[in-house]
Design a protein around this ligand. Structure first.
Ligand code: ADP
Ligand code: MG
Length: 261
């Protein structure tokens, strides 16, 4: 629970929030069999927001994130992403996946493909971008996450922090309008957390709409405009970071914060 992971200045003046809705979730519920994993979730995310979701293990954070890009199906209520309602209609799902980038704890890079091949796979096969153009784009994003010099290596030859930065670049190659992060630093050694958080700060400064499940409270304080606390499948509390950390309202939030800070 390092609070020191971001030591650079963060320029919040770059991070404008528009009044355009990026994601709208209304009374959403999800079950795994009999298990009611998400309960009455209501959440509106505006374009340009940087939302941090925290909460105890098993509280439903990953499931919520996965519902937003339709990796999991919800059973009740509605989720709208960029004006498209998520339903089992496959066309919608493809549209959502192309607008929403996702980055997981385990980077899920293809081990048998080089860094640049990992980055160009979806643009070439899903977007039908010509190979040369896809490679130029990929190098631009690899540059942006400061790893262009490793473009022709294989994931196994890179450190965890480098692999995670490749995973972020790979998502960016699809030009998403929204990025979802699910504990992107929790599998990393402490010295590599910073290099990944730095990339996420850059992304926030570029105006990307972001939802990040993370327990990096330094990142939440400096970058998020809103922190959401989940417990037992519910959004228990949300607030802007300063207020969230100094003046938590619910006992469950207080207990959680006392354990991680
Ligand atoms: P978090 O990310 O907050 O740790 P998850 O969303 O991963 O929580 O999980 C929430 C709950 O749902 C946990 O109790 C977990 O065991 C359960 N769960 C997650 N995925 C599945 C699944 N595919 N099938 C059944 N239960 C699941
Ligand atoms: Mg999780």
């Amino acid at each position: 629970m390092s609070d020191l992971s971001i030591d650079r200045e963060v320029d919040r003046s770059q991070m404008k929030i528009s009044d355009e809705v990026a994601i709208q979730i209304v009374d959403m519920n999800k079950w795994f069999g009999d298990f009611h994993v998400l309960r009455d979730i209501n959440l509106t995310v505006y374009r340009g927001e940087r939302i941090v979701i925290c909460g105890p293990s098993g509280s439903g954070k990953s499931t919520l994130i996965r519902c937003i890009n339709a990796l999991e199906e919800h059973q009740k209520g509605s989720i709208e992403v960029d004006g498209t309602t998520l339903s089992s209609d496959i066309k919608n799902i493809d549209k959502i996946r192309s607008e929403v980038g996702m980055c997981f704890q385990h980077f899920n890079l293809f081990p048998h493909l080089s860094v640049i091949e990992n980055c160009t796979l979806a643009p070439i096969w899903v977007r039908k971008t010509p190979k040369k153009e896809a490679e130029e784009e990929a190098l631009k994003y690899l540059e942006r996450v400061k790893i262009a010099d490793q473009a022709y290596k294989y994931p196994g030859q890179l450190s965890g922090g480098q692999q995670q930065r490749v995973a972020i670049a790979r998502s960016l190659c699809m030009n998403p309008r929204i990025m979802l992060f699910d504990e992107p630093t929790s599998a990393l050694d402490p010295e590599m957390i910073k290099e990944v958080l730095d990339v996420m700060v850059d992304l926030a400064e570029s105006g990307m709409t972001m939802i990040c499940v993370t327990h990096e409270m330094g990142f939440a304080r400096k970058v998020a405009n809103r922190v959401i606390f989940m417990d037992q499948g519910q959004i228990v509390e949300q607030n802007e970071p300063e207020e969230f950390f100094t003046n938590p309202q619910s006992d469950r939030t207080k207990l959680f914060l006392s354990q991680i800070l």
